[in-house]
Design a protein around this ligand. Structure first.
Ligand SMILES: Nc1ncnc2c1ncn2[C@@H]1O[C@H](COP(=O)(O)OP(=O)(O)OP(=O)(O)O)[C@@H](O)[C@H]1O
Length: 501
């Protein structure tokens, strides 16, 4: 059963009294203690002048007095800057770089496009400091990928790496961003790939990653790191702990059972994040967390971005496409994502919209039905502003950050508030404003209202489309429908639809 529908979910004791991230103030870079000057200039190059609250909170718990003593679970809204919140302290902790490279930090995310996005953030702050970031996402063959991650001695001389002892292999990267399936492939099959030296494990979009088994990635990773971490070598940290932390957004809670001053690098430190973090003990227990500290924004589990405006648009089911077209027209040039309930309806709706002759809006599809190559290309074009409207299914957009998306449209009312949070969260990111419109019929209004009650900051106004606009669209709609029919018949005659390749 989905967690949202369970009547009473027992909450783990450490989750009952979270530290409230919203009590942290933004902090300008010059006031961030122990921020390496190279890190500071890398951030400035990214046009970042201050840290967001969740970033300050994590810095406090990792580089500040928290000193990564406890594993961290973070529930913070979409677009609040969670990626940098974990990337920054990890990069800081991996300094100074040792002459022998080894894989010391691993970030696991559910999708390939998200992994590419996270890698870009790490690249921006880690490369200037001499740290290298790798990617394990199945973009190329296992063999090609492993050669980008590990030096295989004797490669040039034609020595079969199978005959070499693990001693001969050396990592090319300090940090790895991976999707679970390909990660397991490397752990099980790739000679020279090891998690033995891992000090930091990040599980991003944790509720999604813990919900599905993905070839038992979590037990596999934890097992591969278990025998390790008895040696020191995380680099940095202790000096910071000794010196103390001048900025304290909250008084630190005592952490029972943890020896203060014990070396945090003698274990694998874990950071677990989501905008809708699971509270299901059965799922969280798999992570084998050590004295976890729960950081959360606000009181409720679900919280929408501060500058998001939510609207409902009530219309009859059979004229929904007309309302959508009228809405898209009224939004003009603004970048927009339209969510539907399934890959099939994504495909159909995108085709239908493209059949509206006078719409003059470029629209493309993005869904799990497409080949990864097509999907990534579409996303790149959308990022570059080469088209305005992306019609998308749910599962692919977790965590996706596309600059300039001002509007999200739910073509179908989402089933769960969690889905609403992640969809709406593609806009109003990083303190920007954004709007989320949900189309619904009269008989869905009650359910939608109950759904929205589950989230903080979820006021929802009604948005009206003038009836004359709908009237005007009727004849174009009929033409679009017959055009779509033709396309469908045509594609049935062909063996395969090219858009899926
Ligand atoms: N300190 C900052 N100053 C300005 N922009 C920032 C800062 N930190 C992050 N950002 C920007 O905020 C946007 C959202 O960040 P990020 O993708 O990490 O959010 P998130 O909390 O992980 O969201 P989601 O839950 O949807 O994955 C990104 O475009 C990022 O570049």
């Amino acid at each position: 059963m989905d967690e949202e529908n369970q009547r009473s979910v027992p909450v783990l004791p450490w989750m009952r009294h979270p530290l409230d991230v919203t009590r942290c103030e933004q902090l300008s870079l010059r006031r961030v203690p122990f921020l390496d000057c190279r890190l500071k200039s890398a951030l400035e190059n990214m046009k970042i002048s201050k840290l967001f609250p969740v970033q300050v909170a994590l810095w406090q718990e990792t580089i500040g007095p928290g000193n990564f003593e406890r594993d961290l679970c973070i529930n913070s809204p979409t677009g609040s800057g969670k990626t940098l919140a974990y990337a920054l302290p990890i990069v800081r902790k991996l300094l100074p770089t040792s002459t022998v490279k080894c894989l010391r930090a691993l970030v696991v995310v559910p999708t390939r496009d998200l992994a590419l996005q996270v890698k870009q953030v790490f690249d921006a702050i880690a490369l200037p400091l001499g740290l290298r970031v790798g990617l394990a996402v199945g973009q190329s063959s296992v063999a090609d990928e492993i050669s980008s991650l590990v030096y295989l001695p004797g490669e040039e001389e034609g020595v079969d790496p199978g005959f070499l002892s693990p001693f001969w292999f050396q990592s090319k990267v300090d940090i790895l961003v991976a999707t679970p399936g390909r990660l397991v492939d490397h752990v099980n099959l790739s000679r020279g790939f090891t998690l033995k030296h891992l000090h930091y494990l990040v599980v991003d979009e944790a509720d999604r990653l813990l919900r599905e088994d993905y070839q038992s990635w979590l037990p596999t990773v934890l097992k591969s790191t278990q025998s390790s971490n008895n040696d020191d070598g995380g680099g940095g940290g202790d000096d910071v702990f000794q010196l103390g932390f001048p900025y304290s957004p909250w008084s630190r809670r005592s952490c029972s059972g943890v020896e203060r001053g014990s070396n945090p690098h003698s274990r694998l430190a874990k950071v677990v994040l989501s905008a809708t973090l699971t509270r299901d003990p059965g799922r969280l227990v798999q992570l084998n967390l050590r004295h976890p500290l729960f950081l959360s924004a606000g009181k409720m589990r679900y919280r929408l971005p501060e500058n998001l405006e939510s609207f409902k648009l009530i219309c009859e089911r059979k004229v929904k496409p007309l309302y959508l077209v009228a809405l898209l027209k009224s939004l003009g040039e603004e970048k927009c994502i339209v969510f539907t309930r399934s890959v099939d309806s994504t495909h159909r709706l995108c085709k239908l919209l493209n059949c509206f002759g006078d719409l003059q809006i470029d629209i493309k599809e993005y869904s799990g039905r497409q080949h990864q190559r097509v999907r990534s290309k579409t996303l790149n074009e959308f990022r570059k502003g080469q088209f305005q409207v992306l019609v998308s299914s749910d599962e692919m957009t977790r965590g996706m950050d596309v600059e300039g998306v001002r509007n999200v449209i739910n073509y179908d009312v989402p089933k769960y508030i969690k889905t609403y949070v992640h969809r709406a969260g593609r806009t109003a990111r990083a303190g920007q404003t954004g709007r989320c419109f949900t189309l619904m019929s009269n008989d869905e209004v009650g359910r939608f209202k109950r759904l929205m009650k589950k989230a903080e900051a979820s006021a929802c106004l009604e948005h009206n489309v003038p009836s004359h606009l709908i009237e005007e669209l009727h004849s174009t709609y009929q033409l679009a429908l017959s055009k779509l029919k033709e396309i469908i018949l045509e594609s049935r005659r062909k063996p395969k639809d090219k858009s899926c390749q």
